[in-house]
Ligand binder design. Structure first.
Ligand code: COA
Ligand code: AMP
Length: 635
């Protein structure tokens, strides 16, 4: 069947489409139907089925006789080591960890926060939770103690699983002190913490609260897989919204399993037993779906890569990993390719490795610029496929589905909507616009299985953030257009979320931190264009009247504050002091206009601007940092 036939089949009978897809999953009790729409516009999938995610990702492959197949390869240039774990070993390790968690009281529905670097134990911790029906929430290691504390207070975990340390090029990240710092700030306290002690740093354990990963598993009864309802939350993953408080995206178990399995065959064209590598981090949605769950559900080998595209040790690392492990499909962010290209524009490092086993490179997380795509295509001689998705959806909304049919690539477009997604471009009033016209990208409800059924403990926020602006649709927060042939183009965010090195960050969260500085009266944070990371955050600080301290000191303190409060991942290094901020007459800061000025783009003078002269002041200030070249207001 062609892509258009598959899409039309879904559209004409979504229920039959998703019930067919559900047959690829082992159910303890099969669901009687796919969609549960009694509470529309809140939807659920496979709610009356009973299932276990760990069984589907691990045990069933062992039962089917594939216990000797490699499930996980840990390739860690930062520790100079590589090791492999078979499916049988993975089952035993996960059952033992789950047994130990259960012995200390963790049960179905309990939350467990996981704060770990790129080690197989991070996946084992996720799978052990899934085995028990406990709900994991993985927090990215590049977040600081405060961000971890916010998530602890929201998820209220019974247990936190952390590693003693992570390893970034040139420095050890002391996870345990960060965890201790977070627990000192959070109101909620877990019953216990499990610490995975790494060779590079052995952390101090708090008596009565902390247990060591290996010790606490000693002599426990391994746990079996606990069946859960299809709509039972598998995990919560916090992501940035417009305000400082992160949104806890819920993933329901049944739809998650069905949808991910569908994508492995139909989008990525993977066969069980082959090696799939998502070069991301378990702390992000890509890591949840394509480092941990999808490859394992499909019976593939997944790679846990602990390193960077460059500097560990050189820009040939990715190609070395592809060759060493015979990777068939590589998935990463465009920024990683840009980083490699910057250090090895001629592809000299690539020449050292035979990557002919690779079939495709998939990119997501941010806009894939045509130059990067063309460079990677020429270097690797494989299709380079841009695909578009969000933490909320958990997998691609639009892609080029290689497993169904390789559609012609249009560089600059993540191709076409996947079955399950009726993507529409709407004007401000919610009316569909014509092909080629820009608008807000919305998806007709219901969203397909595997996408978020809601936000953790925040139904009103869920409705407000996604459902209310365009009734009957899910609002993606992205703006763009669709062409006559149905190819989508993702152009910008409609909110204040920015994308830094494929990481989604809230400018609102950074503004909250900056205003906590005693000398800052008012501030704004925008995303400015960056050749490597796509965007970088830039802060504008208005200093309180009467403060005489050197501005340079205040800027330095603000940069440190964001790093300490949000974390190094915010990459907040640019800030400048200004007299005033451009605003509308009603007092709204004109962040969009500021960003255009900083990027040197032409912009339309906002009709509602309070005082246009501020824009010239702003431009002069930006020029001192090397930004705002060539900006001018369109006549
Ligand atoms: N734990 C602790 N700190 C971390 C971290 C982690 N897991 N991940 C990143 N950081 C730190 C970095 O060390 C860096 O700190 P620094 O300011 O002291 O240098 C900071 O956070 C910013 O990190 P990053 O934006 O990743 O920049 P970088 O210079 O270290 O690397 C790239 C640049 C392009 C190589 C890197 O961003 C990259 O590989 N990006 C791919 C992104 C990706 O996989 N996204 C997921 C969506 S698919
Ligand atoms: P995250 O939730 O962190 O995965 O970030 C999702 C956001 O990243 C989307 O809403 C887009 O703004 C952006 N994004 C992800 N993939 C793409 C892509 N292929 N092209 C353009 N933007 C993308």
């Amino acid at each position: 069947m062609s892509y258009s036939e598959v899409y039309a089949r879904w559209k004409s009978d979504p229920e039959a489409f998703w019930m067919d897809a559900a047959a690829s999953i082992d159910w303890v009790k099969a669901p009687t139907k796919a969609l549960f729409d009694e509470n529309a516009p809140l939807y659920e999938w496979y709610s009356d089925g009973m299932v276990n995610a760990c069984w589907n990702a691990v045990d069933r492959h062992v039962e089917a006789g594939h216990g000797d197949r490699i499930a996980i390869i840990h390739d860690s240039p930062v520790t100079h080591s590589t090791h492999e774990i078979t499916y049988a070993e993975l089952r035993d390790r996960v059952a033992s960890l789950a047994g130990a968690l259960r012995a200390k009281g963790v049960e179905k529905g309990d939350r467990v926060i996981i704060y770990m670097p790129m080690v197989p134990e991070a996946l084992e911790a996720m799978l052990a939770c899934a085995r028990l029906g406990a709900i994991h929430s993985v927090v990215f290691g590049g977040f600081a103690a405060h961000e971890l504390a916010v998530r602890i207070d929201d998820a209220k975990p019974k247990c936190i699983i952390a590693a003693s340390c992570g390893i970034e090029p040139g420095r050890v990240v002391h996870y345990k002190p960060l965890l201790d710092g977070a627990l000192a700030q959070s109101t909620h306290q877990p019953d216990f913490c499990v610490i995975f002690q790494r060779d590079q740093e052995v952390a101090h354990l708090e008596e009565g609260r902390d247990v060591a990963w290996h010790t606490f598993q000693y002599g426990v009864e391994p746990a079996e897989c606990v069946p859960v309802e299809g709509n039972h939350p598998a995990y919560i993953l916090y992501t940035s919204g417009t305000t400082g408080a992160p949104k806890g995206v819920i993933r329901a178990t049944g739809g998650h399993l069905v949808a991910l399995e569908w994508t492995m065959t139909n989008i990525y064209a993977m066969e069980p037993g082959e090696v799939f590598w998502a070069a991301s981090d378990v702390g992000w949605v890509v890591g949840h779906s394509y480092i941990c769950y999808a490859p394992l559900i499909h019976g593939c080998t997944t790679i846990v890569f602990e390193g960077k595209p460059v500097g560990t040790p050189d820009p040939g690392t990715f190609w070395r990993v592809v060759r060493d492990h015979d990777v068939k499909v590589l998935f990463t962010a465009p920024t990683a390719v840009r980083a490699i290209r910057r250090e090895d524009p001629e592809g000299e490092f690539h020449k050292k490795y035979d990557t002919s086993g690779l079939r495709a490179l998939f990119l997501a997380g941010e806009r894939a610029d045509p130059d990067t795509i063309k460079w990677a295509e020429a270097l690797l001689n494989v299709p380079v496929i841009d695909h578009w998705w969000q933490t909320e959806t958990g997998y691609a909304i639009a892609a080029n589905p290689l497993g169904i049919e390789a559609l012609p690539v249009k560089v600059g477009s993540p191709s076409v909507a996947m079955p399950g997604y009726d993507v529409q471009i709407l004007d401000e009033a919610g009316h569909p616009v014509k092909p080629g016209e820009l608008g807000a990208i919305a998806i007709k409800l219901p969203l397909p299985p595997g996408t978020l059924p809601g936000l953790w403990n925040a139904e009103a926020r869920f409705r407000k953030s996604y459902l209310e602006h365009f009734p009957g649709y899910y609002e993606t927060g992205d703006a763009g257009m669709v062409d006559e042939e149905g190819y989508l183009y993702i152009m910008a965010r409609t909110d204040d979320v920015i994308n830094v090195a494929g990481h989604r960050l809230s400018t609102g969260a950074m503004e909250e931190v900056l205003t906590s500085h005693p000398d800052v009266a008012e501030c704004a944070v925008i995303g400015v264009a960056d050749q490597l990371k796509g965007q970088l955050p830039m802060g504008f600080l208005c200093i309180s009247k009467g403060v005489e301290r050197p501005h340079g000191d205040i800027v330095k303190e603000c940069v440190k504050l964001v790093r300490d409060q949000i974390g190094p991942v915010a990459a907040f290094k640019l800030a400048l002091v200004v007299e005033r901020l451009p605003k509308t007459r009603s007092g709204k800061i004109l962040r969009g206009t500021m960003a255009k000025i900083a990027d040197g783009e032409t912009f339309k003078m906002p009709a509602t601007i309070d005082d246009p002269a501020i824009l010239d002041e702003l431009r002069t200030a930006l020029l001192t940092l090397g930004y705002a070249k060539e900006a001018e207001a369109a006549k």
